[in-house]
Write a protein that binds this ligand. Structure first.
Ligand SMILES: [Zn+2]
Length: 95
């Protein structure tokens, strides 16, 4: 039985691709459940257009003092995890 695989579309691979496509990215917290839309253009100015948010996470910035993790989702009908599930990739620290 093959492992369930989620193939991420090409338009979520980098910030350049997401800005060009008009991809909607939202960051959410695993603990406090807060979420916020991500300003991709502003982020690109800081980290560059080749940057990828796939498999990224950072300590919660949505609620002061929260110990949860912020992870990214992209809108494709519904918000889906920005995570490559083909391999057991561990989450990397984001920007
Ligand atoms: Zn939080």
């Amino acid at each position: 039985m093959a492992k369930r695989a989620a193939i991420l579309p090409s338009w979520v691979q980098t910030l350049d691709a997401m800005v060009e496509h008009g991809t909607q990215i939202r960051v959410y917290c695993t603990r406090c459940k807060e979420c916020r839309d991500v300003d991709l253009v502003g982020l690109r100015e800081r980290v560059g257009g080749g940057y990828s948010l796939i498999n990224r996470q950072c300590k919660c910035r949505l609620t002061p003092g929260c110990a949860g993790w912020n992870r990214f989702t992209y809108l494709h009908g519904v918000f889906r995890n920005l995570r490559d599930e083909r391999s057991d990739v561990r989450f990397m620290r984001s920007y």
